[in-house]
Design a protein around this ligand. Structure first.
Ligand code: ADP
Ligand code: MG
Length: 350
């Protein structure tokens, strides 16, 4: 199976690029790349003149930088200030964008039956994921993990009054690392539409949102193979939608040859192992992002039920041996490319 390289967008951290630049007769595409949210961000806008595209993209990149600062889970900014106030048991006024994240995050957390739990930032910090360098060679003391399970912080502990936030549980520490990029993608597409750009694609470190296409052709996206450098499948976007992947292959703690990835199972307090990656396609990028994270936690038996609960239909799950499970709706969307996966299954009810 071959793929049209000009329209091919690789879903991967770092090495992502828009290889359709400079193709003679095709619709003009204006592109921009930056580093924000701890990852490479690529934007491309098609079908409008360069000046308009540049102006729209400048607005988006400026807002991304601001979001990165306001929403960061451990670097100084609005969210860290809020977390400190919660730990002291104080009420505090926060940024309106943080209020929106809390409201949206609470709704998706509930829909996931708590498997997506952005109140667990304290535990994510205990596991060493609140830093650019992840510790290796030893595990956190079990008592530190258990102290969170005893008073399990949840989004429902939070009360909002205008811009003021309080938490009934001082262990609540907000970490939107599994959700914020999706919300940022939704915002970016809205902003591009407002600026008169209806054909665009935005990539935040392997999480993509697209609308329209390039001329009369859809955007084509590659889903990275979690076990290799290549691509496992290709998806052509339809209208406006996001293609979001959560993986355990990039950020993990390694102890005695075992990898402990950065997605934590709120039921055990331990990292969710065995799922290598989850890809979700949905119109709502924030939902797709939260769902991809929740489905890594749900694991290879429970993901269909959790996906139903969250209202996402197009899902692909790859286990740590390279077996692929997908929903019927996703089976219609993805074209497998390169080496065939070990197995491809549509589980009952998926
Ligand atoms: P990325 O696209 O950044 O690789 P994900 O969307 O998979 O990431 O989110 C991973 C991040 O989500 C973690 O780094 C952590 O900040 C946060 N996280 C980890 N476990 C959970 C959980 N159970 N619920 C909500 N957020 C989580
Ligand atoms: Mg996510």
């Amino acid at each position: 199976m071959t793929i049209d390289r000009r329209h091919f967008l690789k879903l991967s951290l770092g090495g992502f690029l828009f290889p359709m630049v400079g193709c003679g007769r095709a619709t003009p595409v204006t592109q921009e790349q930056m580093y924000v949210f701890g990852t490479t961000v690529d934007l491309a806008v098609a079908g409008v003149d360069r000046a308009r595209a540049d102006q729209a993209m400048r607005r988006v990149t400026a807002r991304f930088l601001q979001m990165h600062q306001d929403w960061h889970a451990w670097k100084p900014g609005a969210l860290v200030d809020l977390n400190r106030a919660i730990a002291r048991g104080e009420a505090v006024k926060t940024d309106p964008s943080v209020i929106d994240l809390i409201r949206g995050g609470t709704a998706v957390s509930r829909a996931s039956d708590g498997l997506f739990n952005p109140a667990l930032g304290g535990l994510i910090g205990v596991w060493g994921f609140h830093g650019d360098e992840i510790p290796r060679g030893y595990l956190p003391a079990p008592e530190r993990v258990e102290s969170f399970l005893r008073r399990a912080p949840v989004m429902e502990d939070i009360t909002i009054d205008g811009l003021e936030v309080t938490s009934a549980n001082p262990l609540v520490q907000l970490d939107f690392g599994g959700y914020a990029k999706g919300v940022a993608l939704d915002w970016a597409l809205d902003a591009l539409v407002q600026a008169g750009c209806d054909d665009a694609i935005v990539n935040l470190g392997g999480n993509l949102a697209a609308m329209g296409g390039r001329g009369d052709r859809p955007w084509r996206i590659g889903v990275r193979h979690p076990q290799g450098d290549g691509v496992i499948g290709a998806v052509e976007t339809r209208g406006r939608e996001a293609v979001v992947t959560s993986g355990s292959y990039e950020r993990y703690r390694e102890v005695g040859g075992v990898r402990y990835p950065h997605i934590i199972d709120p039921r055990t307090g331990y990292p969710a192992r065995h799922v290598a990656s989850v890809t979700v396609i949905d119109r709502n990028a924030g939902l797709a992002d939260a769902a991809a994270t929740a489905l890594v936690v749900a694991g290879i038996k429970q993901w269909p039920a959790v996906a139903r609960g969250m209202g996402v239909r197009e899902v692909m799950v790859i286990d740590d041996e390279g077996n692929v499970q997908l929903s019927e709706a996703m089976m219609e969307r993805v074209r497998f490319v390169g080496t065939r996966p070990r197995s491809i299954t549509v589980p009952r009810g998926a």
